[in-house]
Ligand binder design. Structure first.
Ligand code: HEM
Ligand code: HEM
Length: 177
């Protein structure tokens, strides 16, 4: 039975779980830092959020390139046609939002009047201080973050349904052993 499971390869699995870790950290940091008062620790957490967000963006680009070079395993027969299509739609939406989320964050930052750095590497500053544009991209960033939460819930419901229906072994498609 074990050998019959068509799995994602090791790189895809590793990148999936590193992304999960990074996205969870981004939410914790994002929700925590916006309520901090003006001061040095607010600046520190904003910088950390931006740097880790850019790292997440680079990882998603790598993940998409890897996915093209090494396509995922075929859909298992246990998954019905409708559920398979739903899972594919959620996965595609994930990639779209995981790209849009850092892009809107970066654009919001670019119109905040502050320079953006990637850890200690200062990025070219092409933006300017523009409160309406900053607000617009901030709102988009918040909307995409809520969409991402919705997708994560849908994804987890899918995993839980597999387990309830006795197809828990499918989880191992995206696990290391
Ligand atoms: C996958 C990547 C990212 C995720 C999941 C994420 C998530 C979040 C969340 C949940 C918030 C709090 C929103 C709220 O007020 O409810 C936030 C705020 C923010 N994020 Fe991100 N973020 C990501 C990437 C980035 C990047 C790359 C940047 C900039 C380079 C960025 C800049 C910001 C800024 C400036 C805020 C504060 C907005 C405000 O002033 O209210 N984010 N982010
Ligand atoms: C931030 C949270 C998460 C994100 C953004 C995410 C994203 C994704 C994406 C995009 C795929 C599709 C991979 C591809 O075909 O290219 C995937 C597959 C998968 N994920 Fe997640 N995931 C998250 C959390 C989780 C969690 C918490 C679990 C388990 C409890 C999980 C289990 C799986 C499994 C089993 C698959 C393979 C689905 C299949 O058999 O086709 N994911 N995930």
């Amino acid at each position: 039975m074990q050998n019959m499971i068509h799995r994602y390869n090791r790189i895809a699995v590793t990148v999936h779980w590193v992304t999960v870790l990074l996205v969870c950290t981004m939410f914790i940091l994002g929700w925590y830092m916006v309520d901090l008062p003006q001061g040095s620790s607010r600046g520190f957490f904003f910088s950390l959020h931006k740097s880790l967000g850019i790292l997440t963006f680079l990882l998603i680009i790598f993940r998409l390139i890897w996915r093209i070079k090494s396509p995922p395993p075929g859909r298992p027969s246990e998954i019905g046609r409708f559920r398979g299509m739903l899972a594919d739609a959620v996965h595609k939406a994930f990639y779209f939002v995981l790209l849009m989320q850092p892009i809107t964050g970066y654009l919001s930052s670019s119109f905040s009047g502050y320079k953006t750095s990637f850890f200690s590497l200062p990025l070219p500053y092409w933006g300017w201080s523009d409160p309406p544009l900053n607000e617009f991209f901030t709102q988009l960033h918040v909307v995409f973050s809520l969409f991402l939460v919705f997708l994560i819930i849908m994804h987890l419901v899918g995993v839980v349904l597999h387990v309830i229906e006795g197809h828990g072994h499918l989880f191992r498609r995206m696990w290391f052993w």
